[in-house]
Design a protein around this ligand. Structure first.
Ligand SMILES: Cc1cc2nc3c(=O)[nH]c(=O)nc-3n(C[C@H](O)[C@H](O)[C@H](O)COP(=O)(O)OP(=O)(O)OC[C@H]3O[C@@H](n4cnc5c(N)ncnc54)[C@H](O)[C@@H]3O)c2cc1C
Length: 399
């Protein structure tokens, strides 16, 4: 059986960042990735929060556009524009995940593609991971000191095991996206905004739709909670498309590449470590349910996992998985739980989306604070935040 220090499953932003930073710290690292080409199959709008490339030491060459504005619309259709704190970025997952993986390899991580993780079992102080080589069909085992599971929204854990989360399936959102390749550029404004639309289908289901600009195409897509067939999603997207097209690229010819995928929009997994095993990124449920943003959370959780594994090798912690869970719960985990509660509250009566946008538009300080990725607020800021949340709740309940 192979032996490795740190085994990572999945080479998205969580697994790739963990591998890169652990290998840089001198930890022997192996990544098992199911896909043949890293990032090529990831369906994503690939919007990155301001400062992402600097925070994760990634080249600016992966950035397509730097939109300074997020434009949102609720049920009323009224448009609200919010300035981002610093410019947001857009990219593609081929470039993002592929670049992180190649930087991880440069640091010495071994990344094996077409390897499908099957399960893990504890083996004393180690963990044995079983996986299948998709090229040969052979099954293999590897014994690792620490394991990071970062398989994204397709992560499943066996029933009645500690990492299982009953509410996981209910949090899944079915998504459909068009990559729209235009014959000539859209109007200039298109490349300066990230658009989000919150509305209802004819049958009363909540929809989040978006338009994110890229260098050579526009990502236009939508997500609906629960299972939805590809045919029905495509019909919804075709109904949404003209609302963007008529404003941003009227009369311009285009071709479309269609993509579908699952997004997780529930609450974070209650437990994200067990024995020597840690869970990161979307597999841990680390997604902002109000926007679908999860790349930053994925990369950050990968970084924390790498740090705790490196600390363990230096004798600074004896239980890295538990240190990881604690460190993660000290940062944005609480915010993501609140965002999920907020989204549930809004979706129960979707007219509340407009109330929220209106409230944020009237209170720029509140808008700025909501964009902070950590809850490191002063006492005064907490009081301000709670006061604004209370005012919004009163207005929303009355709506
Ligand atoms: C339509 C859509 C739009 C989105 N838009 C945005 C956005 O604009 N901005 C944003 O921040 N977030 C966005 N997200 C969310 C974002 O995609 C995720 O939060 C992010 O990809 C999570 O990264 P991850 O590394 O945890 O998982 P993933 O990126 O899903 O990576 C998981 C990796 O694990 C591999 N894998 C899965 N199962 C196995 C297995 N059994 N064995 C081996 N490998 C396996 C996969 O092939 C994949 O490479 C969007 C999601 C969707 C679906």
């Amino acid at each position: 059986m192979q032996e490795v220090d740190f085994l990572v499953v999945g080479c998205g932003p969580a697994g790739g960042t963990a591998a890169r930073e652990a290998a840089r710290a001198g930890v022997e690292t192996l990544v098992l990735e199911r896909d043949p080409v890293i990032g090529a199959k990831r369906v994503c709008a690939a919007g990155l929060r301001p400062g992402f490339c600097e925070d994760f030491d990634l080249p600016r060459s992966i950035v397509h556009c730097d939109p300074p504005t997020i434009s949102v619309r609720g049920l009323s259709g009224r448009r609200y524009d919010f300035a981002t704190v610093g410019n947001a970025h857009t990219t593609t997952r081929e470039e993002l995940d592929g670049t992180i993986a190649s930087l991880a390899r440069n640091e010495g991580a071994r990344i094996e593609t077409q390897m499908l993780f099957r399960n893990y079992v504890a083996d004393g102080e180690r963990t044995i991971v079983e996986y299948a080589d998709l090229r040969s069909g052979e099954r293999h085992k590897v014994r690792a000191r620490s394991v990071l599971l970062a398989q994204g929204s397709s992560a499943r854990f066996a029933p009645k095991t500690p990492l299982e989360y009953d509410a996981w399936s209910a949090g899944l959102i079915t998504c459909y996206q068009y990559r729209v390749y235009l014959e000539r550029p859209a109007i200039d404004e298109t490349y300066r905004i990230l658009e989000m639309h919150y509305y209802l289908t004819e049958s009363g289901r909540n929809v989040i739709a978006w338009m994110f600009p890229k260098r050579d195409h526009l990502s236009i897509g939508l997500g609906i909670q629960g299972k939805y067939s590809g045919k029905d999603l495509r019909a919804e997207l075709d109904a949404f498309l003209p609302t963007v097209q008529e404003r941003l690229f009227p009369g311009i010819g285009y071709t479309v590449r269609e993509e579908g995928n699952l997004l997780y929009g529930g609450a974070p997994r209650p437990r994200i470590s067990h024995g020597n095993v840690m869970v990161a990124g979307t597999a841990a449920g680390l997604v902002d349910a109000t926007t679908g943003e999860g790349i930053h959370e994925a990369a950050f959780s990968g970084r924390l996992a790498a740090q705790t594994v490196a600390d363990a090798r230096r004798g600074r912690t004896t239980a890295p998985a538990q240190s990881y869970e604690k460190a993660l719960k000290d940062v944005f985990y609480g915010r993501l739980r609140h965002r999920h509660k907020l989204m549930t509250f809004l979706e129960r009566k979707p007219v509340r989306f407009d109330v929220l946008f209106d409230h944020i538009a009237r209170t720029p300080r509140f808008a700025t604070m909501l964009q902070r990725d950590r809850n490191d607020f002063s006492l005064g800021e907490w009081m301000y935040l709670y006061a604004q949340a209370a005012l919004f709740s009163i207005r929303a309940i009355r709506a």
